[in-house]
Every structure is written in C-alpha cells, then in structure tokens.
Ligand binder design. Structure first.
Ligand SMILES: *[C@@H]1O[C@H](CO)[C@@H](O)[C@H](O)[C@H]1NC(C)=O
Ligand SMILES: *[C@@H]1O[C@H](CO)[C@@H](O)[C@H](O)[C@H]1NC(C)=O
Ligand SMILES: *[C@@H]1O[C@H](CO)[C@@H](O)[C@H](O)[C@H]1NC(C)=O
Ligand SMILES: *[C@@H]1O[C@H](CO)[C@@H](O)[C@H](O)[C@H]1NC(C)=O
Ligand SMILES: *[C@@H]1O[C@H](CO)[C@@H](O)[C@H](O)[C@H]1NC(C)=O
Ligand SMILES: *[C@@H]1O[C@H](CO)[C@@H](O)[C@H](O)[C@H]1NC(C)=O
Ligand SMILES: *[C@@H]1O[C@H](CO)[C@@H](O)[C@H](O)[C@H]1NC(C)=O
Ligand SMILES: *[C@@H]1O[C@H](CO)[C@@H](O)[C@H](O)[C@H]1NC(C)=O
Ligand SMILES: *[C@@H]1O[C@H](CO)[C@@H](O)[C@H](O)[C@H]1NC(C)=O
Ligand SMILES: *[C@@H]1O[C@H](CO)[C@@H](O)[C@H](O)[C@H]1NC(C)=O
Ligand SMILES: *[C@@H]1O[C@H](CO)[C@@H](O)[C@H](O)[C@H]1NC(C)=O
Length: 584
C-alpha cells in the first residue's frame, strides 16, 4: 500500500502533460514555479527553439513527448530549464550537453538512456545544475560524477546496481535522492556515498536489494524509505545520529529481532512514523523513542507484548499489531498502560482467545476481528470509556458467553461489529449511543423489542445471513428505532415483509428470503423509503399488490430480479425513478 514519495511523483508525471513542474515533497523545494505556465498558455516561439519544441522563454525549452530519438540540436546555450521527458533517447551527446552550461533543470524522465549512453563527463560542465530527473531509463550504473550544485536527483526505476562516492556525495545543497525500484545491494552502495552531502533530508531507497540498513546516512535526514528490500539487520550505530528522522519505512523486509540492537532506534527523537510491518520480528523492538505517533508492527511473529517495551512511547496514537501470533496470555496486563494517547489499536488476525487485559484507556477504535475470542466478560470493556468503534467480527462468540452488562460502560460506542460469530440472540445491554450495529452471519433466530429498546439513534442494522423468520420477530421490535435508515435482512427465512418498520427507513434489503406475497399495507409505515431489494424471493406477479408502492414517492431503486415471475409494478405517483429494475 505504501507509495513512497518518489513513486507518487512518477505517477503524477505519468498523468499530466509534459511540463517543468516537478514537485518535490519538500515544502521549500518548489523550484520551477516561475516557469510553470509553459506549454499551453505562453507557447510563443523564441528564436533558437529546436523544431517541434516549445520555448516559452529564452531560458525554457520543452521537448517532452515528441518521440525524439536524438538529442535536439539548436538548443540555445542560455537554456536553464530543459525538458526531454517521455522521448526515446538512448544516449546523450557530450557535445550537446556540455554546451548547456547554464542548465538548472534537466528532465530526462522516461527515455531509454543506458549507462553507456551517458558519458561520465557529460555533467561536468553543468556547474549550475540543481534538478536532475533520470527516472525510468535503462541505467545500470549511476553517473560517476554529478555536479555539486544539485538539490534533487531522481534515478528511480532504472536497473542500477551501484552508485559512486561522487554520485550523491560532496553536494552540500542536495536535499532529495530518489533511488527506488533499482537493483542496488549494499556492495553497490559505498561507505562514503553521502560524504559531504549533509543537507539531504529525503532518501527513497525502497524496492532495491539492500540486506542491511546502510551506515553513514546523512545526519539531517527526515524521511528514509527502505521498504521492499531484503534487510535482515540494522548495524549498531547506523541510526545513532539521525535525530531529525521523522519517517522510517522498513516494512516488507526480513528484519529479525536478533538483527536489531537495543539502541537501534533509541536516538531517533524526532521519529513519528515507524513501519516495521511484514518482517520477521519475534519481539517488540527495545528502546523505541518517545515521540512515535504511528507504530506499525503488523505481520511479524510477535507472540508476546511485555510490560516495558512500549512504556516510553507516550505519544503513540496508532498501534498496529495485526497478523501476529499474539495470545491473551502473551499480552501483559501492563503492556499498554503508559499509552495515554493511543486511540487506534489493531489486533486483528492474531490468536487471541479472549479480550486482552489492560486495554489502553483512551482507545477509540479497537479492531479484534479474526481472532479466536470465545467470550466477553463483565470487566473486559469496563475501563475503555472512549471506545467509539469496536470490531469483534469473525470470532467464536456465543450469545451465552457475552455478559449482559459487558458493554455497559461504553457510552460513546457508535459502531459495533459482531458479525461472523455464533450468536443466536441480540446481545443485551447495547449502549444507546450506537449508530451502526452489524450482526450479520450469525445464527440469530429471534428478535425482540427489549434488546433494541434504547437504540434510538441507530442508523444501520445489519442482520443478513441469519435464521430469522417472521414469526420469530416479536411485535414492536422496531418501535424504538426512530433513527434507523438502513435495515439489512437479506439471506434470512422471511416469508413476508416484516410489519411496522420504522418511518425513518430509507434502505431495506430483503433479497434471498422466501417472500411470496407483498400485501397492500407492506410499506405503509415507511413513506421515506428509497431503496428496496426483493431480489431472489418467491414472488409471483399475482401476489404483489401494486398498492403497496403507490405512495412511495421517494423510491429510487426497486430490485425484483430473480423471482419466479417478472414483477411489473405500475408507478402511480413516483414519477422520478432513476433506476427501476423489473423482473426479467
Ligand atoms: C514553434 O515552432 C514549431 C516548429 O518550428 C512549430 O511546430 C510550432 O507550431 C511553433 N509554435 C508556435 C506557438 O508558434
Ligand atoms: C539551427 O539553426 C540554424 C540557424 O538558426 C538553422 O539554419 C538550422 O536550420 C537549424 N537547424 C535545425 C536542425 O533546426
Ligand atoms: C551486489 O550486486 C552486484 C551487482 O549486481 C553483484 O555482482 C554482487 O554479487 C552483489 N553482492 C551481493 C552480496 O549480493
Ligand atoms: C569525507 O569528506 C571530507 C571532506 O568533505 C573528507 O575530509 C573526508 O576524508 C571524506 N571521508 C571519506 C571517507 O571519504
Ligand atoms: C531471512 O533471513 C534469514 C536469516 O536471518 C534467512 O535464513 C532467510 O532465508 C531470509 N528470508 C528471506 C525470504 O530472505
Ligand atoms: C525468520 O527468521 C528465521 C531465523 O530467525 C529464519 O529461519 C526464517 O527463514 C525467517 N523467515 C522468513 C520468512 O524469512
Ligand atoms: C469490521 O471488520 C470487517 C473486516 O475487515 C470489515 O469488513 C467491517 O466493515 C468492520 N466493521 C465495521 C463496522 O467497520
Ligand atoms: C435502557 O435504558 C434505561 C435507562 O438508561 C435502562 O434502565 C435500561 O436498562 C436500558 N435497557 C436496555 C435493554 O439496555
Ligand atoms: C398467490 O396468488 C395466488 C393466485 O392469486 C393464490 O392462489 C395464492 O394463495 C397466493 N399466494 C400467497 C402466498 O398469497
Ligand atoms: C409493465 O407495465 C407497463 C405499464 O402498465 C406496460 O406498459 C408494460 O408493457 C409492462 N411490462 C411487462 C413486462 O409486463
Ligand atoms: C426528479 O429528480 C430531480 C433530481 O433528482 C429533481 O430535480 C426533480 O425535481 C424531480 N422531479 C420530480 C417530479 O420529483
């Protein structure tokens, strides 16, 4: 899912007309805004403009997207911004390039340039060059020497296996380096690759073949993307002086806990986002710095959360632990106790057999789906007063194992999902704050008013894929649901449209039941209905009363496909159906 910023840049470029507007992520690096309105508006030709190209000013030459095979001749020697992106160039002529000594921007994105076609000395005379874009070419080795004036270098999506000390090194103004989607391993990355380039803040080295985190990274670095490599370890000291680092991506590597030192992350006092997901960690790393806001440890091999590992990370707001083999016994009751800012906790796809003890007190969104939880006890949610969203779907909950007062403290709960369990009854004591209740894919076989009594602001009730029959829905079941807009009763065993549905209802899903008759008064209580699905029931045309629909002025979608006979309803008043699907 993660797109590194350079990848974003490429996507952006692919979809806009060629122009000189190449944005870096850095707020302070918008170098070319002065030449922005080139192509469309100010396309007057200036003398000395190469044929077919556009030259809005003396300094700007745009030859992008012209299928050029050779470097255009006649480019004015005074050009500062030259775009040749989206062409078919295989090589750059030393003579042509070296003439352009005033160049600040050279955009060669998306050509066929090989390392053989890029003479080492090609850039020697370009002593003013600041922005060099060479992504999406066929380079196998990086240029040996790049000018020391450079601010941004983009070499992404080539086939680079190595870079040189003067490729990125010895460039005091260099801010951003994009090297993702290449074939670089640690052997190809010299120890002094960034020597003398102390201003680098962005390094995008994702999707290469690195096996450890490079050492001697620039100290000012803010954004370091190393995801999708083959990294197994972080050498001791590799991140010891990068105290400005805010964003460290190490997901999709092969990091093991043995490959991390207790001090690996401890000096990173600006670190806010640490992604270690999809690695091979068996323990939460030690020494995590205090300012992390988002910590992603999903898809590792964590089976325990000890009390001390997360205790320093007091700014943590999102803790993502899905896809690990955590059990309730492995989660220490103090593991979350210092996490006072934590509002989102993902524990899905683990091996939890119950609700973990000591849940963070301020948690608002708790994802416990796809575990093996068999019961919810009286005290499990007794201290999580701020919980707004609770997802318990796809566990092993029986109605008898949900304590009738289990949810009593959750006065702010808005969304509760217990779908995909083994419930036969609605849970008791649901909080009046609920807006979305999902109980689909259980074994519910009755509904009664007491259990829904206080849910006056409930908007959505999902009851699909249960065993509900008309006779097992007690009279008055819906009467307190004054806010209900969506009711999904599809895939049950209903033989009629349930009576006395709430007036607020707008979407009613009844597909895949056994409904054989629609009586005249079926929708009498629901004048605001917009969508009715009666697909795949047992309706015969003769058993559908046209009167039932006559007053439904807002009805937009009526689906009666998949019944034994086509159902044709003449619409007496509803003149404005946007979609009416009749039986076929
Ligand atoms: C600029 O010159 C080229 C070729 O010389 C021509 O194709 C193009 O139409 C000219 N553009 C304008 C705006 O005159
Ligand atoms: C280059 O410019 C010269 C003089 O301006 C002109 O005579 C020549 O035809 C141009 N060549 C090309 C390839 O456009
Ligand atoms: C690093 O890459 C180079 C060039 O592809 C290759 O020759 C070398 O064997 C690789 N080294 C390791 C340790 O994989
Ligand atoms: C790094 O560069 C500095 C000067 O910029 C130089 O003194 C030093 O020897 C270089 N170190 C390496 C390892 O190249
Ligand atoms: C991950 O690293 C371990 C050594 O720590 C190695 O045995 C294993 O083959 C590596 N797995 C992959 C997929 O690279
Ligand atoms: C995880 O690390 C162990 C050694 O600690 C190794 O045997 C195993 O292959 C690694 N798993 C993967 C998926 O690389
Ligand atoms: C609960 O998680 C399931 C699985 O990801 C998801 O489909 C469902 O939308 C979630 N429930 C709510 C109410 O968001
Ligand atoms: C509904 O709310 C009232 C008052 O808050 C409470 O006494 C009653 O137990 C609640 N009923 C249910 C089913 O939760
Ligand atoms: C459907 O209509 C037929 C013919 O009008 C009638 O015999 C039958 O009883 C009706 N079925 C139901 C379920 O009302
Ligand atoms: C449906 O009813 C309309 C209006 O009564 C009529 O024009 C149309 O032919 C009918 N279609 C079918 C398939 O019976
Ligand atoms: C039909 O719907 C359109 C837009 O949804 C609305 O502007 C128009 O007034 C409606 N006409 C009638 C007769 O309801």
């Amino acid at each position: 899912m993660q797109l590194c910023s350079g990848g974003f840049l490429l996507l952006l470029l692919a979809s806009v007309p060629p122009s000189f507007l190449l944005k870096d992520q850095e707020e302070d690096e918008l170098p070319l805004t002065t030449t922005r309105p080139t192509r469309v508006t100010a396309a007057q030709n200036v003398s000395g403009c190469p044929s077919k190209c556009t030259c809005p000013t003396e300094e700007t030459v745009d030859c992008g997207g012209l299928d050029l095979h050779i470097f255009p001749s006649n480019i004015s020697a005074g050009v500062q911004h030259l775009s040749l992106q989206n062409n078919l160039l295989q090589e750059l002529s030393y003579n042509e390039l070296s003439r352009l000594a005033r160049l600040k921007t050279l955009n060669l994105h998306n050509n066929h340039i090989t390392s053989e076609g890029l003479p080492d000395e090609a850039f020697e005379s370009l002593q003013l060059l600041q922005y060099l874009y060479l992504a999406n070419n066929k380079l196998t080795v990086a240029p040996q020497f790049l000018p020391s004036s450079l601010r941004i270098v983009d070499l992404a999506a080539n086939r680079l296996t190595c870079i040189y000390p003067f490729t990125f090194g010895h460039k005091p103004a260099l801010r951003s380096v994009y090297m993702h989607n290449n074939q670089l391993n640690n052997t190809g990355l010299p120890f002094d690759a960034f020597n003398g380039s102390d201003a680098v803040t962005t390094m995008i080295f994702s999707s290469n073949r690195l096996t450890y985190v490079p050492q001697n990274l620039p100290r000012a670095i803010v954004r370091l993307h190393l995801q999708n490599n083959r990294i197994t370890r972080v050498p001791k000291g590799a991140l010891s002086s990068q105290w400005r680092l805010r964003e460290l991506y190490l997901q999709n590597n092969n990091l093991s806990s043995e490959g991390l030192h207790p001090s690996t992350f401890s000096r990173l006092k600006s670190l806010e986002y640490l992604d270690l997901s999809n690695n091979n960690l068996t323990q939460v790393p030690a020494g995590l710095p205090a300012n992390i806001v988002i910590l992603h440890l999903g898809r590792n091999r964590l089976s325990v959360l000890p009390p001390e590992r997360l205790s320093r990370v007091r700014s943590l707001q999102y803790l993502l632990l899905q896809g690990n083999p955590l059990t309730v016994a492995g989660v220490h009751s103090e593991a979350f106790s210092h996490l006072r800012s934590l509002h989102t906790l993902h524990l899905y796809n683990n091996r939890l057999d119950g609700i973990p003890l000591g849940l963070p007190r301020r948690v608002r969104s708790l994802m416990l789906l796809h575990n093996q939880i068999t019961r919810v006890g009286l005290h499990d949610f007794a201290a999580t007063y701020f919980l707004a969203e609770l997802n318990l779907s796809y566990n092993r909950l029986y109605s008898a194992h949900i304590h009738r007062l289990a949810f009593r403290k959750l006065r702010l709960l808005e969304t509760l999902d217990i779908s995909g369990n083994l419930l036969t009854l609605l849970p008791a004591g649901l909080p009046a704050s609920l807006q979305i209740l999902n109980l689909q894919k259980n074994q519910l076989n009755s509904l009664s008013p007491e259990l829904l009594a206080n849910l006056t602001i409930l908007k959505e009730l999902h009851l699909a894929h249960n065993r509900l029959r008309i006779a097992s829905i007690s009279p008055g079941t819906w009467q307190e649901l004054h806010g209900l807009k969506l009711l999904d009763l599809s895939y049950n065993e209903l033989s009629y449209v349930p009576p006395d549905l709430p007036e607020s209802l707008e979407n009613l899903y009844l597909q895949h039941n056994r409904i054989a008759v629609i009586m005249a008064e079926a929708f009498l209580t629901t004048p605001n209905i917009r969508v009715i699905s009666l697909r795949s029931n047992r309706l015969l045309a003769a058993n559908v009363s046209e009167m039932a629909f006559a007053d439904l002025k807002l009805l937009e979608v009526m689906d009666t496909t998949g019944n034994p006979e086509p159902i044709n309803i003449s619409l007496l008043q509803a003149a404005n159906w946007t979609q009416t699907q009749m039986g076929t």
